[in-house]
Design a protein around this ligand. Structure first.
Ligand code: RB5
Length: 150
């Protein structure tokens, strides 16, 4: 799969580690920055990566910031994005199976490297279950296309 990776300065080091980890799993990785530890604004990265996933340039995305909260808020403003902030592998698996999360957000100041790798592996290894879960996502997608959501 084509996986987009993005981080702010707080997530920069973890992103570097995950870039190799995800590539070693056989995926094509697109690194959307940041490219050094200089301070940046997480919404710029989160919205750009969210757009790349929503428009089909990439299949899935992983965003990293200090807590993962800002990145998840920013990415979820992009229509079609279902970004899940996960701090454990079980939630990550369900995020894919039940919520078809197309972006995973991680908090580099909250979780360690090994936990981050376990979360990413669980998320990439899971599949969307469809059925009743798809119906619920349709409700969200329908709302996204209403005037009220603009
Ligand atoms: C940056 O200091 C920090 O606010 C950011 O990485 C993230 O945690 C925001 O949610």
């Amino acid at each position: 799969m084509r996986i987009a990776l993005g981080a702010d300065h707080a997530g920069y080091e973890l992103k570097r580690l995950l870039r190799g980890f995800i590539a070693d799993m056989g995926h094509e990785v697109t690194d959307m920055g940041c490219y050094d530890a200089q301070r940046v604004d997480y919404p710029d990265i989160g919205i750009a990566l969210g757009s790349a996933v929503a428009n089909g340039e990439c299949d899935l995305g992983v965003l990293v910031c200090g807590t993962g909260i800002g990145m998840s808020i920013a990415a979820n403003k992009v229509r079609g994005v279902r970004c899940a902030l996960c701090g454990d592998a079980v939630s990550a698996r369900f995020a894919r199976e039940h919520n078809d999360a197309n972006i995973l957000a991680l908090g580099a100041r909250i979780i360690g490297d090994e936990t981050a790798k376990a979360i990413v592996a669980a998320w990439l290894g899971a599949e969307f279950g469809g059925g009743r879960h798809a119906h619920r996502l349709d409700i969200i997608a329908q709302y996204e296309n209403t005037e009220a959501a603009k």
